[in-house]
Design a protein. Structure first.
Length: 753
């Protein structure tokens, strides 16, 4: 006899469902032998609950067309039941707990006689967790508590901080060049402080993903492995050192006549350019108003950029235009183009004070249009309330550039702007974007955009060949355990003392099917994601395989190849002449020079602070007077916080490597131990089993009790003696349980001894 309970722990409510005539079957499994990168979880087959008074009340009469759900109400049961929400569920048989998970209502059906049925499924905690994080991205995680001052003290303090918590600033070469020159004889090697970017610990990301949906997690393994997992970091993959900003700046522009009693015209050309003045804007540390550009009454309309930043936004203008064709006269019917434009330019001040045209104004560089909207008009032009709205995205402004908002009128000349042109309203709004941070700024670590949390977790799972399952004793706790550790009791030294004897439970009157594995792939391809930085691209062109990838060919394979691919890209380490420590490099080439590059996700081990020979941390000092840079020294260092794809031991020798296999070529000089473990090593035993002809698969039936199901642990091997067909030890791959009165379907894998 089954008892099924729904629980709303938030509101301290529960109810028992009526289960008369219910057909209950639950499948317990943790993996699919056909796909070594795929993992499964507990799930019931479709359950049909009758529309009894109790069930109707529990499901809030979900069949009723007039039902209204209050999304602000947190109740999960009864009148506010929402089929889109998962509800905690426990299933008992004869008062013994056999399944714990979450129930979801799929649909309701009302037949011609008015009988109501609720179709539901119950899933394990892993499926529930996956459903809850759904399409959430890493950028949906709240990192506001990590805001800190970007300065030397905070950077270097992370080198000694507790591993696995918050973030660290490792020494990485992102290809950032100095804009100034320094004496290479005085400074052997200078590290550019703009390459300091906060990298978040993977353990910290895990904590936030799970706690955000009310779950916990545990990484299982020995102390050495758990300690190494806490060293994993996810690098900042922005091309520049940036922080994300919501709602940048809002400009209010001047209404009325834009040029006083002056004019803005060129009598030898048929065009006008009207720069919109601001009468107020939010204080900014990223740009300043230009006070020098005053020719032809264009003051308060130009800005000097002091920090690299990128933004989305919009602009608006509403103006009146009354054209009198006097300079030069235009015949009626002449076409002209009016545009609202956001413009920018790099600038160098013209020391002679001369200007050729309205675009330069004492500067030598003309403006470039970066966003505009245009319309065509026919002369004569006499319009009131001409309105333009301009949307722009990913506008990028660099330090030493200028920007402005303007109206451009082509193929017309305005005789006197004060008489013929009048602005009613205008605005410039910079919305969300990114800003390159500088020393002394408050910054918050960033996570890669557009990466789903579930995809990130799955890539970590694939890298370590984690089995992922729910903790039987702690609801909403997910456990990650490597394949070899998960099946440690199947080792020959542990097998006989830990296996459970199921001989007497086997239904010998039913069929007993034995299969070999015919789903062996011809090839296993273990690979990182291709990236466009120089080192990865050059290696791929040279060897026709990704850096650290591994291809395994099985001569007995039958099915098509199997790819085990992660989201992360490989990160080679390089020995740079004169620099006192090997360093990961992520860059692109521009001729003979290196430059930063937008890169894919990168995963490294932070190996802590190590002693080094002397090096300098330097920076550029911007001189606004002549638009130039000079060199400055932040400090001298004799230690560094190092991060590699390598896991180092106390002697700073490589003992582990995140890459799947040793690359054909490496660029560093870090010593290796005699037995380096690569990520492919997490799969060796599993693949060896799958390809072993002595490993067979058995499908049979058994009579299991509620207590057997309550104590079911797929990690524990079983022993079965069939008598005439022999005996063996098995891994339990899948249990399909209906009740103690019905035979249970088993899928087993023989353990080759």
């Amino acid at each position: 006899m089954f008892q099924i309970y729904l629980e709303d722990k938030t509101n301290n409510q529960y109810t028992e469902l009526d289960v008369e005539d219910i057909d209950f079957t639950t499948v317990y499994s943790v993996a699919d032998i056909k796909d070594i990168s795929s993992k499964t979880d507990t799930i019931t087959k479709n359950l049909k609950f009758k529309g009894t008074t109790r069930n109707n009340h529990a499901f809030g009469y979900a069949f009723h067309l007039n039902k209204n759900i209050d999304e602000l109400n947190t109740n999960l049961l009864f009148y506010n039941y929402n089929p889109q929400n998962l509800v905690d569920c426990k299933v008992y048989e004869d008062s013994v707990l056999i399944t714990r998970g979450s129930l979801r209502l799929i649909q309701t059906t009302t037949d011609v006689n008015g009988n109501i049925t609720y179709d539901c499924i119950i899933t394990g905690d892993v499926i529930q967790f996956n459903s809850l994080i759904g399409d959430l991205k890493l950028t949906d995680l709240d990192l506001s508590d990590m805001k800190h001052l970007y300065n030397s003290i905070n950077i270097y303090n992370t080198w000694d901080a507790v591993k696995g918590e918050r973030y660290v600033y490792p020494i990485i070469n992102y290809g950032t060049n100095f804009k100034s020159n320094y004496d290479v004889n005085a400074y052997n090697y200078v590290y550019n402080r703009r390459d300091f970017k906060p990298a978040m610990y993977v353990n910290e990301i895990f904590k936030r993903i799970f706690s955000n949906v009310g779950f916990k997690y545990e990484i299982k393994g020995d102390d050495v492995f758990k300690d190494s997992f806490k060293k994993l970091i996810l690098l900042n993959n922005d091309e520049e050192a940036v922080t994300k900003i919501e709602n940048f700046y809002n400009f209010s522009m001047t209404s009325g006549q834009p040029y006083g009693d002056g004019t803005l015209k060129d009598t030898n050309a048929k065009n006008e350019t009207i720069y919109l003045k601001y009468n107020g804007y939010d204080s900014s540390s990223y740009f300043t108003a230009n006070s020098e550009w005053t020719r032809n009454h264009c003051d308060n309309s130009l800005f000097n950029v002091t920090t690299n930043f990128k933004f989305d936004g919009n602009a608006h203008v509403d103006f009146n235009l009354n054209y009198a064709p006097t300079f030069p006269p235009l015949a009626n019917g002449t076409k002209c183009i009016i545009s609202l434009q956001l413009v920018k330019r790099g600038y160098t001040k013209n020391v002679t004070g001369n200007s050729d045209n309205n675009n330069s104004f004492y500067y030598n560089t003309s403006f470039a249009v970066i966003a505009q909207t245009s319309r065509e008009y026919i002369s004569p032009l006499t319009f009131n309330n001409i309105k333009f709205d301009l949307e722009f995205k990913d506008v990028e402004l660099k330090e030493t550039e200028q920007f402005a908002l303007r109206i451009s009128i082509d193929n017309v000349s305005i005789a006197n702007a004060s008489n013929y042109f009048n602005i009613n309203s205008s605005s410039l709004n910079m919305t969300r974007g990114t800003v390159e941070y500088k020393f002394g700024d408050e910054i918050t670590p960033t996570l890669p955009a557009e990466t789903k949390q579930l995809d990130f977790l799955n890539s970590i799972r694939k890298l370590f060949n984690f089995y992922v399952y729910a903790d039987k004793d702690d609801q909403k706790k997910i456990i990650f355990e490597k394949y070899d550790d998960y099946y440690s009791l199947t080792d020959i030294s542990e097998l006989k003392s830990n296996a459970i004897d199921w001989t007497k439970k086997i239904n010998h009157s039913s069929s007993f099917t034995v299969k070999s594995n015919i789903d062996i792939p011809k090839n296993y391809n273990f690979k990182f994601k291709t990236d466009g930085d120089f080192l990865n691209d050059n290696y791929k062109k040279k060897y026709n395989i990704g850096f650290g990838d591994y291809n395994l060919t099985d001569s007995s394979g039958i099915t098509e190849k199997k790819d085990v691919e992660v989201l992360f890209s490989a990160t080679p380490t390089v020995r740079i002449s004169n620099f006192p420590v090997d360093i990961p490099m992520i860059y692109k080439l521009n001729g003979a020079s290196i430059e930063p590059v937008k890169n894919n996700l990168r995963l490294l081990y932070y190996n802590g602070k190590v002693p080094t020979k002397k090096y300098w941390v330097g920076y550029d000092i911007y001189n606004s007077g002549n638009n130039s840079y000079s060199f400055g020294i932040n400090e001298t260092k004799t230690e560094a916080g190092v991060a590699y794809s390598y896991l180092l031991d106390s002697d700073l020798k490589v003992v582990g490597d995140l890459h799947f296999y040793k690359p054909y070529e490496k660029y560093d000089e870090i010593s290796e131990s005699s037995n380096v473990k690569y990520s492919y090593d997490n799969y060796i035993n599993q693949i060896t089993e799958l390809t072993n002809p002595n490993v067979i698969y058995v499908e049979c039936k058994a009579y299991l009790t509620p207590n057997d199901i309550n104590n079911l642990d797929l990690k524990i091997p079983v022993f079965i003696d069939t008598g005439t067909n022999g005996y063996a030890y098995f891994k339990v791959l899948e249990v399909s349980y209906t009740s103690s009165d019905s035979p249970t379907n088993l899928k087993l894998q023989k353990i080759a001894i």
